[in-house]
Design a protein around this ligand. Structure first.
Ligand code: 6R9
Length: 672
């Protein structure tokens, strides 16, 4: 058992935290939707024992159906043919916009907090509807129809939300690519998804800097024949940004020609709503497929019950719409419930570390949802700013993307929550669509460092990874899996259902495998330990070490490489790349400056191939990599050495080249 486990097990003994009275007092309706643990347990049991009835009722209560479904659930995890709300038809845009625009046209839907605060503005549901219809009209004119894929490469502006909903309005499938991805990564995703149209902007603004978005699109789409049209929103209006005649069109000019209303195209509940590419432990990124009915229901229900979100509330998700958190909790969750959502284009540090708190004060935000990495940054350098603002409107503080350490949980609770809020540590994934394990604010006590209990319909199981058996009862440790289908689970990997089966459903037949290690303590609360595979979580961004290795090995000097994730104070985990150079490079040992230059080049290589957020923290050049007798690189050894845990290297009997260990140790020492 490692130190990590000992520390976490001690944390199991932390006391439960009851919901602060202020949480209820501040609430519009004085009380949470789910009143207490008993009510949670009753609903949870119903959702597991009779999912058809439970989710059938929920789907009719929270979503608008153009055609009612005839059967709630079919298929199984064994076969990978799960389907919810069969023969039902609906439209996600109608559910998120039209119905609220009809009932409450002047209610604020989106609050745009621009990079430069003087560019901020708000959009009502009615205005949002018109703006979406105009973009949908443009797309329709270009031939986009039900089932087509549209790529979206936009920074976190209202246009990103409008573009997504315009695509959904036509029954087409959006594929958002985070605007920090490189031209090559963008191209791979657009080509895999077969997008006909891409929606982007001229330039982005982030932290006062200008990002050449359109230039990346031009580079990435050079030679990509399938893309016939590009819609370019003029975020900065820089006339120097090149436009290709016959392919590129300005957003405003095209929208001006469109009508302010076009009807929604209802689609089958099981038709895809969107693709979102995510990294796995091997191979190229996977286009995770989410469906219109189940996904939207998961988004609505978790937003309502986990965050206890009321219609009067103001929801602030600080994450970008390029990741699943932005999809589900900046867009689909809050808007399906008709609640205002803050769209934040900038960074927590711009123009100063007071930015988040100014936003919360300005809009009286009730909910703040962020990754622990941002809180670590603020704790380290920006704490003094917090007390300058009145953030007492807050009621729920969410955490997502990586484990939140108990001490950071306490800090978040005290400094931001003033001990008056509920901390919702929400564990979920791109593939799960919505929360898997999370507190239901106000319903039951929390525990610092634990994601608490499974959401309705999440039949969570801990499995012994060695024999594949489910570990029942409490006080167990293993891998986290889910035993029955839930509405918002991904249905497939785009164009590769086999890969979906192999990644998620085959490792433990009858279960969905999350890829995470987890424990269930004596109270039945879950503790997420981190990934069980080669996926690394840097600042809440999910990265595959194999993708980074592919990028590095494309450099002509590199013979072999291995990237590992190690714990990092600021970013949660950081990437350390070990690499051996080709013979000719080794024969003429380069001088330290040349090596330094090479290291920088290699970091640039990863930034260029994947994106800046994937940069290794260190590049360590070694003679050889530790390998097993069968030639496999022993990443465990590299991980231990770079984590300063060389005394815990464990069993090295399978290591074919043990003489490399001291050399690795001194290479690491020299670097840090
Ligand atoms: C939503 C999101 C998924 C992976 C997941 C796990 C880690 C997410 C967490 C957490 C501990 C939490 N993760 N939330 N680990 N506590 N509250 O992040 O999706 O980018 O697909 O990442 O992130 O390892 O498997 P995604």
């Amino acid at each position: 058992m490692t130190m990590d486990h000992l520390i976490v097990h001690e944390a199991h003994n932390v006391a439960m935290r009851d919901t602060p009275q202020h949480f209820y007092d501040k609430q519009p309706s004085r009380g949470s939707y789910i009143k207490n643990k008993d009510q949670y347990t009753e609903w949870y049991n119903q959702s597991i024992n009779n999912p058809e009835q439970f989710f059938g009722n929920m789907a009719r209560e929270y979503l608008h159906w153009d055609k009612d479904f005839t059967k709630t659930l079919t298929g199984s995890l064994e076969k990978g043919d799960v389907a919810w709300f069969l023969n039902g038809e609906l439209n996600a845009c109608y559910n998120c916009v039209d119905r609220h625009a009809f009932a409450n046209p002047d209610k604020i839907a989106l609050i745009y907090e621009a990079d430069d605060e003087k560019d901020n503005y708000k959009i009502t549901f009615n205005e949002l509807l018109t703006r979406i219809c105009k973009v949908a009209g443009v797309l329709q004119k270009w031939g986009v129809k039900k089932g087509d894929t549209v790529g979206i490469y936009l920074p976190m502006t209202p246009e990103a939300i409008i573009a997504m909903l315009a695509v959904a309005r036509l029954g087409a499938i959006h594929s958002v690519i985070f605007a920090g991805f490189s031209a090559g990564s963008l191209k791979d995703r657009i080509v895999d998804a077969g997008c006909k149209v891409v929606i982007t902007c001229d330039e982005g603004k982030r932290g006062g800097k200008t990002v050449n978005i359109k230039r990346i699109v031009d580079e990435g789409l050079n030679g990509v024949q399938s893309v016939s049209h590009i819609l370019v929103f003029q975020r900065t209006g820089n006339p120097q940004v090149p436009m290709t005649a016959g392919r590129d069109y300005y957003w405003d000019a095209e929208c001006a020609k469109q009508r302010s209303y076009i009807p929604c195209v209802p689609i089958n509940a099981e038709d895809p709503l969107f693709l979102l590419y995510t990294s796995g432990s091997t191979g190229s990124p996977k286009g995770v497929v989410h469906t219109a009915g189940g996904y939207l229901l998961g988004a609505a229900l978790t937003t309502r019950f986990v965050f206890d979100l009321h219609p009067e509330d103001v929801f602030f998700t600080a994450g970008d719409v390029g990741w699943i958190t932005g999809h589900t909790y900046a867009l689909y969750g809050p808007l399906s419930l008709g609640t205002s959502s803050i769209i934040f284009e900038s960074t927590p540090a711009y123009p100063d570390y007071g930015r988040y708190w100014r936003i919360i004060e300005r809009y009286q935000a009730t909910h703040f949802y962020v990754a622990p990495t941002a809180m670590r940054l603020i704790k380290k350098v920006g704490e003094a700013e917090i007390s300058k603002y009145n953030i007492s409107s807050l009621r729920v503080l969410g955490s997502v993307g990586e484990p939140i350490a108990p001490d950071l949980w306490e800090w978040y609770n005290e400094k931001i929550g003033n001990e008056n809020c509920v901390i919702c540590d929400t564990m979920w994934q791109t593939e799960s669509g919505s929360h898997l394990i999370a507190p239901l604010a106000g319903a039951f006590p929390t525990k610092p460092g634990s994601a608490t209990l499974p959401f309705f319909g999440i039949n969570a199981a801990i499995i012994d990874p060695v024999n594949g058996q489910e570990l029942t009862g409490n006080d167990v440790e293993g891998v986290l899996a889910i035993k029955s289908p839930w509405p918002s689970m991904a249905r497939s990997v785009w164009n590769d259902h086999q890969r979906y089966m192999e990644t998620y459903l085959k490792p433990y037949p009858g279960f969905y495998f999350t890829g995470d290690n987890a424990g269930r303590d004596h109270d039945g609360y879950y503790w997420i330990r981190g990934r069980a595979d080669d996926v690394v979580n840097v600042s809440g961004h999910r990265l595959s070490t194999s993708e980074i290795e592919v990028a590095l090995s494309e450099h002509p000097a590199v013979s072999e490489c291995a990237a590992v994730g190690i714990a990092d104070d600021l970013t949660g985990q950081a990437i350390i790349a070990f690499l051996a150079l080709k013979n000719e490079e080794m024969e003429h040992p380069a001088n330290p400056e040349d090596l330094q230059l090479l290291r920088r080049e290699l970091i640039m290589k990863v930034r260029g191939s994947i994106g800046p957020f994937a940069s290794p923290k260190s590049v360590i050049i070694v003679e050889d990599l530790p390998r097993t007798r069968s030639g496999k690189i022993m990443r465990r050894v590299l991980r231990k050495i770079s984590s300063n845990e060389a005394e815990e290297l464990g069993d090295l009997s399978t290591l074919a080249n043990p003489e490399i260990v001291p050399k690795l140790l001194s290479a690491v020492d020299a670097q840090f």
